[in-house]
Every structure is written in C-alpha cells, then in structure tokens.
Design a protein around this ligand. Structure first.
Ligand code: FAD
Length: 405
C-alpha cells in the first residue's frame, strides 16, 4: 500500500513536505478523507513522523482535517493552518448539494450505504452543510483530545527550508490545499458549484435556458439538478434498485467500465456513446426520470468531445445523463467555449465549431486552477512533473482496523 501513497505525496528536493490530494482526478469528500488518513498512516509507518514531533497541516478541508485528526491520534503535535476564517469553508453553508460517501462506487455492493465508515471524523450522507457540521463536531472533539492547534484566517503562509511554515519550524508539512479554484470566462461572474444555492429550486414562469459547459463530475451533476426535480443521488439510487431488470443493466455497466481501461478520453467518449446506445434499459427507469423532468429549465450541455458521456464523470451520474439524453431531456453540443459575453439579461456563448448560443444562465464546470500551483509555485514545479507520470488511483483505506484508536 505504501507505493500507492508515498510517491503521490513526496516532493523531490523538499524533504519533510508532503502533498495530500491536490492533484487527483478522482476527488470526492470521502476519497479526500481516505487520502488524509492514508497519508497519516504512511508517515507514521515509515517513521517520517513519530509521537511528540510537530506537523503542520495546511488546508482546512476534508483532506486536511482527516490528516490532522489521524496524526493527532498517533501523538503527533499538529498545527492546522487554514487561509479562510473557518474550517470546511467550501461546504459548511451549502444547503443545496446532497453528498453521499459511496455513490462513486455505484452499482457495486455497499454503494448505497449512507455511512462513510471512517475511523475518524465519520459522517452520514446528507446536505453538504449538515455533513460538514457532523465532521466539524467530530473534529472539535479531536482538537481537544489530541491538542491540535487550529489557526484559521491564517492568510498567505509561506513555506521554507527545514521545513518551516511562515518561519516556524516543523518536522513535517502536509499540503492539503484541495484541487483548487473553479474557472470562469471573461465577464461571466464565477458561480462556484458550492455557492449555486438555487440550482435545485423549481421556479414558476417560463423555462430558463441553461448552458452547462463541462462533462466531468461538476457539469454532469449540475445537469441532473437542473433537469430533475428534487434530485438526490441517494434517493434516485434507491428508486433504481427497485426497478425489475436493473440488476442486469448494472452488471453490463460495470463491464463497459472495464472496457474503458487504457482508452484515452476521445476513444472512451466514443465507446461510451456506442455502448450506452445499445443498452436495453427497463422502460420503468425512463418513466421514472420522465415523471421528474423540471418544467422550468431547458439545458444545453457542452463539452469538448463529440459525445456527452465522459469517463471523468462517475458511473451513476453518467448513466442518468445517458437516459436523459435518450429521453430528449436535454441537448448536447460539442465544441470548446471560445467566448462568453453579456447579452441583455443573459449570455451569448461562442463555440469553436462556430455555433453561437443565446442562454439565460451559464454554469462553467471546467475543473479548477490548482491552489498548490498558485500558493507554492516552487513545490508545484518540483511535484507536478513527477505526479503527471503516475496513474490516477481511487484510494483504498491502508490502515488496519483499530489503527487510529
Ligand atoms: C465543481 C466541483 C464539484 C464537486 N462536487 C463534489 C460532490 O458533489 N461531492 C463530493 O464529495 N465532492 C465534490 N467535489 C470535490 C470537493 O470539492 C472535494 O471533495 C472536497 O472539497 C475536497 O476536500 P479537500 O480538503 O481536498 O479540498 P478543499 O475542500 O478545497 O479544502 C482545501 C482547503 O485549503 C484551503 N487553502 C487553500 N490554499 C491555502 C493556502 N495557501 N493556505 C491555507 N489554506 C489554504 C482552502 O481555503 C480550503 O479550505 C467537487 C469539486 C468541484 C470542483
């Protein structure tokens, strides 16, 4: 297991500095929490940190909190630095997004289990703000128990030799800055996935035309919220499980997933399109989705590939998307966005294909600008080339039962 953790954390030329989950393709709250626990386990097991030594953890998201709590349990003296005024700043005020710990494993056994099942800071499926509150309460217990020092509103900390953080010496520094800040275009205000509070609200009046650009996880999930009334992964996965004939489709979906291995993005995109077109999905699935289509939205989904299904979205979301496309629940338009400009109360969007779209709202879900690159460019310059050479992994818990007490 160490070889699935340490090469992903070490920074050449920067002894004592470790990266946790800042350069990953498969990122969810659960997976980042596992990465935090795993790194703590690896640092303790390889004696890079021992009880009584000092560790700085930079970043107060789920990865940072997990690493801090796990190191604290092993007797390491942890100081947590968070730039924002509060921990879990991204999720703690979001009452719109449903979070489920295992949905990325759907339809494998256990994927509908609502408990995360973590040894520390365990949580339950729910709205982001509620699950964040559950984790923050558990973290407050850990800070008292393990004497973790929390420095929020820390501003821009600096990293030095030793290693040191803003001139203060530590035995190790864990960089848990997350995957970064979302992107936007020109005059279009940044509308973060986590601050789009009304995405699930069904409004009276004429349908609004939304362009969702990006066919990774963020763009596909936004599309599901915008087209399906009351969308929640957990509830919909439960309804699908009741449909006769879904078990066979689930096995076929897993087969298709295995067929993606080794394919590049373009090849995988064409393969998914062809294979989904041939699936004999029970009519009850489409009937269920059709009954939930929102009357107040029209969605154009856009991505760089020829078809809408990309392996960078999770299987569950991608499957629902494939059915909505089949039902005519949205349209897909291929091509890179070249320009977004204001047009009346809405937006004009130019694509590389020459097509021009006129829409009321635009959701840009084009991934993130890495925080690690922005905050610590020298670390990024040393780390990124090595990390690019490593395959993307879904982390597995490395610690044995009872390891963290
Ligand atoms: C569009 C989009 C949609 C997503 N949807 C989901 C979803 O539905 N479900 C899900 O589970 N996950 C989702 N994710 C991933 C989700 O954001 C992560 O799972 C979660 O926030 C990861 O936690 P983290 O600790 O790695 O990073 P973050 O939550 O980003 O936390 C990093 C922390 O580090 C702090 N920080 C950054 N730079 C510095 C610095 N220089 N000094 C000090 N502190 C710093 C930040 O303020 C932040 O608090 C989504 C991500 C995106 C981009």
């Amino acid at each position: 297991m160490l070889d699935e953790i340490l090469p992903y954390a070490l920074v050449p030329g920067h002894a004592g500095v470790f990266v946790c989950g800042c350069f990953e393709r498969w990122v969810s709250i659960q997976l980042q929490a596992i990465r935090g626990h795993n790194l703590a386990w690896a640092l303790i097991e390889t004696k890079r940190l021992v009880a009584g030594q000092r560790a700085a953890v930079i970043g107060g998201g789920f990865a940072g909190l997990s690493a801090a709590a796990a190191l604290g349990r092993k007797g390491v003296l942890v100081t947590l630095f968070e730039r924002a005024p509060a921990l879990l700043a991204t999720q703690r005020h979001n009452h719109t997004r449903w979070i489920h710990p295992h949905i990325h494993e759907w339809p494998r056994p256990g994927s509908r289990n609502p408990r995360a099942g973590l040894p520390l800071l365990d949580w339950h499926a729910g709205l982001a703000a509620d699950m964040a509150a559950e984790v923050l309460n558990a973290f407050a217990v850990e800070t008292a128990r393990s004497k973790i020092e929390v420095r929020s509103a820390a501003g821009a900390v600096t990293l030095g030799e030793g290693p040191s953080v803003s001139g203060e010496r530590f035995d190790a520094v864990v960089l848990a800055l997350g995957v970064g800040v979302e992107k936007t275009f020109g005059a279009l205000p940044l509308a973060s996935y986590w601050t789009d509070a009304d995405i699930g609200t069904v409004r009276p009046g004429p349908a609004r035309h939304h362009l969702v650009t990006g066919i990774g996880e963020g763009g596909v999930i936004d599309t599901l919220y915008l087209r399906l009334a009351g969308f929640s992964h957990a509830e919909l996965a439960d309804r699908l499980a009741e449909v006769e004939g879904m078990a066979a489709i689930e096995q076929e979906l897993l087969t298709i997933e295995r067929e993606l291995e080794g394919r590049g993005d373009v090849d995988a995109n064409a393969h998914l399109h062809a294979r989904h077109a041939g699936l004999a999905v029970p009519a009850a699935v489409d009937a269920l989705l059709k009954s939930r289509l929102r009357p107040d939205t029209r969605v154009t989904l856009n991505g760089p590939e020829a078809f809408a299904l990309a392996p960078r979205a999770d299987l569950f979301n991608r499957f629902i998307l494939s059915r909505l496309l089949r039902l005519g629940g949205l349209e897909y338009v291929a091509g890179a966005v070249e320009d977004v400009s204001a047009e009346g109360a809405g937006w004009q969007v130019k694509l590389s294909s020459g097509r021009v779209l006129h829409v009321d709202r635009v959701n840009v879900r084009h991934g993130t600008v890495p925080s690690l690159a922005a905050a610590f460019p020298e670390i990024w310059a040393a780390y990124a080339p090595v990390r690019r050479g490593l395959p993307h992994l879904t982390p597995r818990p490395a610690w044995p039962a009872g390891y963290f007490g």
